[in-house]
Structures are given as C-alpha cells and as structure tokens.
Design a protein around this ligand. Structure first.
Ligand code: MGD
Ligand code: MGD
Ligand code: SF4
Ligand code: MO
Length: 702
C-alpha cells in the first residue's frame, strides 16, 4: 500500500479553492481517495474549503453515476458501446435535421459546462456542426444581464468589472449571498475572511436582500427590499449621486453621461421608495455613505439579475461605480487580466441578431433565452424543435415552469444527454453519454480565472487514472462530431486536446513566452499550488471593445428600458412574493445524492415570516400548498424572522421525487422544485433572462 498527495483546484463552484487529496494505492485495487483537505499553500484560497469539496469522493464513488453510454429501451436502460452510441446519436439528429431543418434540434448547456475546461474547449466542436439557432443554456436563468450590460457599455460581454474586495472600504451587495454561494462573478475563495477584513480595516459592508441572509447577518447594515425592487433602489441612488453633486469626474473615456443624468432626474428616492420598500431618507443616506467612502464598490448578483428589470439593475450598478469614480479603480471594480484571456481572443459578440420563433425573444452571443425552450418544442409549425441535446444540465429543475418543460420533453422525437446521471431531465433522454469524473481529468479554469479577485493561474493533472473504456467530455464531443460529420460528407477540422490548447493560450498570453513569467503548461506543472500573477489593476480604457473605444454610458436599449420601468404597474403591496436561496452544502440541482451533504436537518423548506404564517393561520413545520400562475407544490413551511414580511423563500434544485430518476439518496430527500412555480412568462424584457425572483404565490395549508 502506498499513498500519493495531489494538489488541485476544486471545480464545484466559482471559488476554485485549492485542495490537497490523498490517494491510497493497493495492488489490484482501484486507487482510493483517503483524504480531501484545503491546501494552505494555495496563496489564493489559503487553505479554505467547504463541505462540498469533501464530497468529491462521493461523486467519484457514487453507484448511481453512469460509467458507460446508456440507451433507452422502453422504460429501461441498456449499456451500449461508444461506437454504437455515437452512430445512434448522429443518425437520429441527422435524420431529424434532414426532415425538418437545422433548427429542429435544440441544445441546452448547463452550469458545469463552465467548470470543466474540456466542455469549454470542445462542446462546440460537435454542437457547432448542428448549426441550429435554438441554442440555450443556464446563462439565461442566471448572469445574462451581466454579459449584456458589459457588451452594451464596454463592447464585450466578458469584460466584467470584479469587486476589488481586498482593497475596498465600502462594499454594497445587492442580491448576492457569498457566504452560501462562495461568491459569483467574483471568484473569491475564503470570502467570509475577506469581508471581515473590510470591516477590520474600518470599512463597511451593506447588504440589500429580502432575506437576512448569512451575508446580511454579518453586514454593518442590512436593508430589506421588496423582491424585484432593486431597479428602484438603484435609480434612487444614482439620482442622489447626481442631484447632490456626489459624482467624481471619471478619467475614463465615456460618452452619454449627460443623457444619463437627464434621464435619471425624475427617479428621486422619494418616487422610488414605494417601489422598493426602502425609505427615501435611507436611500439618500446610502448614496452619501457610498460617495463619502474613499474606495467603494457596488456589486449586484443573481438576486438582481433574475428579476423583471435585471439588465436595468446591472446597468445602474455599473453607472453607480462609474459616476462615483470607482470603476476601474483600486478598491472599486476592476477587470481581470487572466493568463488565458477570452476577452482578448474573441470578438465582442452580438445581440438580437435573431429572435426566438414563438415569442420573439432576443438572441445574445448565439443563444436564446431558455424561458422560450418549452414553447419552441410545444408550439407546432415550421421550425418547431423536435430533438434536444443537453450537456451537463438539468433544465427541468433549473428553468422556469419545469412541469411544462417535462411535457415538452415527453413529446420529442429524440433526446441526447451528455451527463453523469439519470436525473429529472435526462430521464427523458433516448441516449445518455457519461464522461469521466472530474478527478479523472485535468483541470484548468478558463472561466473563473477571468472572474477572480486576483490574477491567478493553475493547471492540475488528473488525480485518478482514467478507467478503461471511459471517455472525457471533450472526447465524447470529438466522437459525436466525427460520426455526425461522416453523414454530411463535410471534412472535420482536426482538433487538439484541451491541455494543448491551454498550453498555446498560456504561451501566447500576456504572461507567456514574451513575459517574465514564461507561463506554459510546463511552468504550471512546476507550481501545483497555482501561481499568483498579482492584484487586479486599472486597465479598462485599453481593453474597451466598443467601436469608438469609449464607454457607452447611455445605450439606447437601457434608456428605453428606463421608460418601461417608469411605466410599470406595481404589484399589490400584500401580494406574497417567492424568492430563491442557496446553502453551502448544496449545489444547484445535482449534489443531493451524497449522504455527507444531505445529512442533518432538512434544508428544502419554504421560509416564511411568523406574521405571514399567523395571518394565514399556519403553523411552523406544517405542510403547505404553494401555488403560482403555472403550478403548485407541497412543502413544509418554516417560520423565519429573517424573512421580510410578504416574501417567502424556497431553494431551487429540489423536486427529486419524480418517476424514473436514478438518484437514490436524493430521492430520499426529495423536497419540491421552486421551478414548478416560477413562470416562463416572467422575464427581463431587454435580455429575456428569466425572472426567477419575485414570483407572485399563494400559500395555504396542504
Ligand atoms: N428558481 C431558481 N432556479 C434557478 C436558480 C435559482 O437561484 N432559483 N439558479 C439558476 C442558476 S444560477 C443556474 S447556474 C442554473 C443551473 O442549472 P443547470 O445547469 O441546468 O443545472 P445543474 O443543477 O447545474 O445541473 C448540472 C448537471 O450536470 C451534470 N454534471 C456535473 N458535472 C458534469 C461533468 O463534468 N460533465 C457532464 N457532462 N455533466 C456533468 C450533473 O449530473 C447535472 O445533471 O439553475 C438556475 N435555476
Ligand atoms: N453552495 C452553493 N454555492 C453555489 C451554488 C449553489 O447552488 N450552492 N450555485 C452557484 C451558482 S450556479 C451561482 S449563479 C452562484 C450564485 O451566487 P449568489 O448570487 O451569491 O446567489 P445566492 O446565494 O442565490 O444569493 C442571491 C441572494 O439574492 C437574494 N434575492 C432574491 N431576490 C432578490 C431581490 O429581488 N433583490 C435582492 N436585492 N436580493 C434578492 C436572495 O435572498 C439571496 O440571498 O452561486 C454559486 N455557488
Ligand atoms: S467553496 Fe467549496 S465547492 Fe466552492 S471551490 Fe471551494 S471547496 Fe469547492
Ligand atoms: Mo448559476
């Protein structure tokens, strides 16, 4: 028996913590993971770890995880060879496109796609061959407004200013709960210590959230807000900055600020207060405090992205940082300079170049909003979707009106899923292709180095050997591409392995052969704990990708949406509104199958303020029926004075008690799916992003 130690970044969430894994090897036995700990020598994560990382061994050993291609035969599943699987997929997809056109095949890519570099480098090698306009992903139930705002203002959807958390003196967080999520569009391992450090150096943390979240609980100030009210609050803040002369002349090249100032003038805190439930005086004081801070940053995340004015919110966040002099400033918001730089190597993208067939929702970067996926399958006519390819996603549990999507999936002619499990979505597939597990594969963070609060880089080799007969995700896409291209008689461009692509990217990048760092795979191999490339620095002026290289402060889409916002009909004040919630032991829909994470008290309940319970004659702990325009669920209710009255909270990703799901542990802790309640007709009109927060619901005894 011998033991080996391996260092590796955790790929489960955006924090990319460094891990140290101990593997025990014995003759004639598969190597076993015998310990997973935080890596104190990773200078970025400094030894931080959360409970999910320890469950990497459970993913590895999970008997429910598929290890070979599975074909549906009636109601059962049959393991088949890779060759047969690729042939079957190519033949079916080819035939459907021949008969009904290229758009008859839709694609949905889920969240782990951005956590797995082989999916980043190679999914399009096959999916691109499909040439379908019906491409969807988890982006449009998440951060689409961030991308669209950056595209409109800075000319590239990935030019995302990141909070300089380690240097700021005032952090204003709206709709983010990094203590549970470990940070998002802000890769920040060990976030709690970094937030406490702001306070320790005399700075201030302010959190705006309809729930006193874990992050709100540690803040210097927490403001309850009516779900969906953030655009009003942010308008009030921006208005005050202008009206009270609290702006600083930006040194950046900007145009349109005069128009912004004129457009925002009617949106006074007094006018905005009834729309968000925050007192006008509090809004004014918050603007003054923000402006008075030496360095400040306004950061909005998921909670303000997935609401009816999500893009408006993110535009206002950028403007608040800009006019207060905190954009592109140390201690404010800064753009990263990653070793493999997707901003430098890609064009800015496009928006609204085409629209979805049924509802006319706009494309962004080649994708349509996923709120439109089910109707594209259900509504008959020219261009109807008849087949679906899902990649690392579970849209039945993660996109609005999951029950409608189930009906749509049930009617498809063919469905292919590249996934590790038979879950709530892939149970509808005709063919499931599982890849190796993450630990059997190399790892490089193409995405999260781009979003990190320091410039960092690391490459890690596989920790465990690749099992015989298994394929990595990228190899599955190469296999599919070959089989599909063979039918079309079109030559397939040769490709490199992901590691080779990264090597080229590193060598050609700003820390590559021409720099003192001389980064390549070889250098990174010598630094298994990762390399720190330094703090974020002002760089935006040189990186702008707008046609005239100036920040566009007043894109016409946003000025137009401000008018739509001004004309909205506010909901009745007594309407109960549903919001989401994350927990550190859970991860979207797919980590409920590990005993280590689900044990202990349940975490799937509906949270409700005691006054709202009393008003409905409900008791803490009882089962309730929650209904919305699209559906209803039953779930236990839990009294919580952390909730704003009039707001209830339910985590997404539960609802495992569906027939045919093969997740034994998750099925024993099923919960109910929040997305059986969320409404595909509630979306941000600018981007089409789903408005998952602020869903009107009724709650009665079950
Ligand atoms: N109501 C509500 N809905 C939400 C949210 C919310 O806050 N509230 N959050 C939204 C957000 S932010 C997101 S990102 C989405 C997530 O939505 P999705 O991306 O659709 O769902 P996940 O739960 O991340 O599904 C991950 C799937 O990938 C598979 N998988 C994991 N690793 C790999 C791998 O390496 N290779 C392959 N091929 N498969 C893999 C898992 O088995 C699982 O089936 O949910 C959204 N939905
Ligand atoms: N443990 C864990 N970590 C995760 C994930 C996970 O599922 N579990 N998912 C990962 C993914 S895919 C993502 S995108 C990130 C998301 O990371 P975050 O954006 O930090 O997401 P949440 O923790 O859902 O925090 C959103 C907060 O917004 C609040 N909120 C809801 N509605 C509103 C509103 O109308 N206004 C305001 N101001 N606030 C509102 C909610 O109460 C919640 O506290 O987390 C990532 N990390
Ligand atoms: S916070 Fe947890 S899940 Fe996220 S990267 Fe770190 S160890 Fe992994
Ligand atoms: Mo997400």
């Amino acid at each position: 028996m011998n033991k080996t130690l391996h260092h590796r970044a955790c790929h489960l969430c955006e924090a990319i913590c460094g891990l140290t894994l101990e593997i025990t090897h014995q003759p004639d036995v598969v190597p076993r993971i015998t310990s997973i700990k935080g890596d104190p020598e990773d200078r970025f994560s400094r030894g931080h770890i959360c409970p999910k990382a320890v469950a990497l061994q459970d993913i590895q050993n999970d008997p429910d995880r598929l290890r070979a291609p599975h074909k549906r035969v009636g109601d059962s599943w049959q393991a088949i060879s890779w060759e047969e699987a690729f042939e079957l997929a190519a033949q079916k997809l080819w035939a459907i496109q021949q008969a009904h056109g290229q758009n008859a095949v839709a694609v949905y890519q889920g969240n782990p796609s951005v956590h797995n570099y082989g999916l980043m480098t190679h999914s399009n090698y096959f999916l691109g061959l499909l040439k379908t306009r019906n491409r969807f992903s988890a982006t449009s139930v998440d951060q689409l407004p961030h991308h669209l705002t950056s595209y409109l203002m800075y000319g590239h959807g990935l030019l995302l200013p990141i909070p300089d958390i380690d240097n700021t003196a005032f952090m204003l967080i709206l709709g983010g709960n990094p203590l549970a999520s470990n940070g998002s569009i802000m890769t920040v391992p060990d976030v709690e210590k970094r937030l406490k450090a702001i306070q320790a150096r005399g700075g201030k943390l302010v959190v705006v959230d309809p729930r006193r979240s874990e992050t709100a609980a540690m803040a210097d100030q927490h403001l309850f807000i009516r779900p969906g009210g953030d655009a009003a609050l942010l308008c009030g803040l921006l208005n005050t900055l202008f009206a009270e002369g609290l702006t600083r002349q930006p040194s950046l090249p900007v145009e349109g600020l005069g128009e912004v100032q004129a457009a925002i003038a009617p949106f006074t805190p007094e006018a905005m207060s009834p729309l968000c439930g925050v007192q006008a005086q509090v809004i004014r004081q918050l603007a003054r405090d923000f402006a008075a801070a030496d360095k400040a940053v306004c950061y909005g995340r998921m909670g303000i992205s997935t609401q009816a004015f999500g893009t408006l919110c993110h535009w206002l966040v950028q403007l608040i940082n800009l006019v207060s002099g905190n954009l592109d400033r140390v201690g404010g918001a800064l753009c990263t300079e990653p070793a493999v730089d997707l901003v430098a190597s890609t064009s800015g993208g496009h928006f609204n170049a085409w629209q979805s067939r049924v509802s006319g929702l706009p494309e962004y970067g080649g994708e349509l909003p996923v709120a439109a996926l089910a109707e594209e399958m259900l509504v008959e006519g020219e261009g109807q979707v008849r087949a679906l390819v899902t990649v690392a996603g579970n849209p039945v549990l993660s996109t609005p009106n999951g029950r409608q999507l189930e009906r749509a999936l049930d009617g498809l002619e063919f469905m292919l899923s590249i996934d590790l499990y038979i879950n709530e979505t892939t149970r509808y597939a005709d063919l499931i292709l599982p890849s190796t597990s993450a630990l059997e594969n190399d790892h490089y963070d193409t995405t999260f180095n781009l979003l990190a609060v320091r410039n960092v880089s690391r490459f890690n080799r596989a920790v465990l050997p690749k099992p015989e007969g298994a394929l990595h995700d990228w190899e599955i896409f190469v296999g599919l591409a070959k089989a599909f291209a063979a039918r079309s008689n079109k030559p397939l461009k040769p490709t490199l392995a992901p590691a080779q692509m990264i090597d080229i990217g590193l060598r050609q990048g700003r820390y590559g052969e021409a720099s003192a760092f001389k980064l390549s795979l070889e250098t990174l191999d010598q630094h298994p704990h990762g390399i720190d490339l330094g703090p974020l620095q002002p760089n935006l002026a040189a990186r702008l990708k707008t046609p005239n290289q100036r920040i566009q402060a007043a894109p016409r889409e946003m000025l137009g949406d401000l008018q739509r916002f001004a004309g909205q009909q506010p909901l009745a004040a007594d309407q109960l509104l549903l919001i989401g919630r994350r927990h550190v032991r859970s991860n979207n829909s797919w980590m409920h199958n590990y005993h280590r994470l689900v044990k202990g008290k349940p975490r799937h309940q509906l949270l409700m303020h005691p006054d709202d319970l009393a008003g409905r004659h409900l008791q803490d702990g009882q089962r309730v029926r929650v209904s919305s325009r699209v559906g209803e669920i039953e779930v236990e209710v839990q009294a919580s004075s952390d909730m704003m009255p009039g707001v209830v909270s339910l985590p997404h990703g539960f609802g495992h008690a569906r027939a045919g799901v093969r997740l034994e542990i998750a099925q024993a802790h099923p919960g109910a799916s929040a997305n059986d309640l969320t409404d595909e007709r509630q979306f941000d009109a600018v981007s089409g992003n789903a408005a998952l927060n602020g869903v009107p619901v009724q709650v009665v005894a079950a």
